[in-house]
Design a protein around this ligand. Structure first.
Ligand code: ADP
Ligand code: MG
Length: 248
């Protein structure tokens, strides 16, 4: 396992947001944390990223316990739901940000930014500002910015939530392909079953701070192991999606 959460508990002002959370994600895999709003998905990502500390339990990355290692030293890229691009910086400067922090030299930064602009098919848009881009383009910049320092682990918190439905579909296919191409281990948060089914190798279902079930999209949709999962997952919608895939 590249990432492991072991017996993680986390309380905010007496409210338990994570309850004995255990799961692992294999190297190179894309896992989705899927569950209703308030079920503890973001809390899990923030602890992996080092933005919050668990009260108990161990977080392992590549076999090392990272609880006491600052987030900036964990080799993680983070994509937030609301883009969180720097508004007064160009696309190229946004992508360069993490490299500047690492004090890479100018030539190295320039080359890497060009490489990433190409990766996300935005070669000609490096000089634009975020407000001059569409929602989909902004999220592609956020993705490029997160990847710039070459993280070993990419965390994405509802990356498509602010994007309209049609573009969202295109973007998630794009994201899956990109992540596959880069080969970075990724954990992605969503409350949308269809999104999780289309994108993820593994789905981790969250409910009230607990993990209800872990499995492939097919396993959790066709063989729910708890009443909650049976209720939460729409099996018909899954079968419809599979039928569309067979046609395509
Ligand atoms: N910093 C915080 N302070 C107090 N409560 C929090 C904090 N962060 C999260 N919570 C609570 O923990 C629960 C889980 O939140 P979150 O992990 O954001 O859920 P999700 O991402 O699944 O919507 C929610 O009830 C939320 O109100
Ligand atoms: Mg959340």
């Amino acid at each position: 396992m590249y990432v492991e959460m072991r017996r993680i508990n986390k309380t905010f002002d007496g409210f338990q947001a994570s309850k004995d959370v255990n799961f692992g994600v294999q190297k190179g895999h894309l896992a989705a944390l899927l569950g209703p709003s308030g079920s503890g998905k973001t809390t899990i990502l923030r602890m992996i990223a080092g933005l919050d500390r668990p009260d108990s339990g161990d977080i392992l990355i590549n076999g090392n316990r990272v609880n006491d290692i600052p987030g900036s030293k964990r080799g993680i890229g983070f994509v937030f739901q609301n883009y969180a691009l720097f508004r007064y910086m160009t696309v190229a400067d946004n992508i360069a940000f993490g490299l500047e922090v690492q004090k890479k030299n100018k030539k190295e930064i320039k080359d890497r930014v060009e490489e990433l602009l190409e990766l996300v098919s935005m070669q000609d848009l490096g000089k634009r500002y975020p407000h001059q881009l569409s929602g989909g383009q902004r999220q592609r910049v956020a993705f490029a910015r997160a990847l710039a320092p070459d993280p070993q682990l990419l965390l994405l918190d509802e990356p498509f939530a602010a994007i309209d439905a049609k573009v969202r579909r295109e973007l998630r296919t794009w994201l899956k392909e990109m992540i596959g191409r880069v080969g970075v281990t990724s954990i992605f948060v969503t409350h949308d079953q269809e999104e999780a089914v289309e994108v993820a190798d593994t789905i981790i279902i969250t409910n009230q701070g607990r993990i209800e079930q872990i499995g492939t999209p097919e396993e959790v949709c066709r063989h729910p192991q708890t009443e909650f999962v049976a209720d939460f997952v729409d099996a018909e919608r899954f079968e419809a999606l599979m039928a569309v895939r067979r046609v395509e």
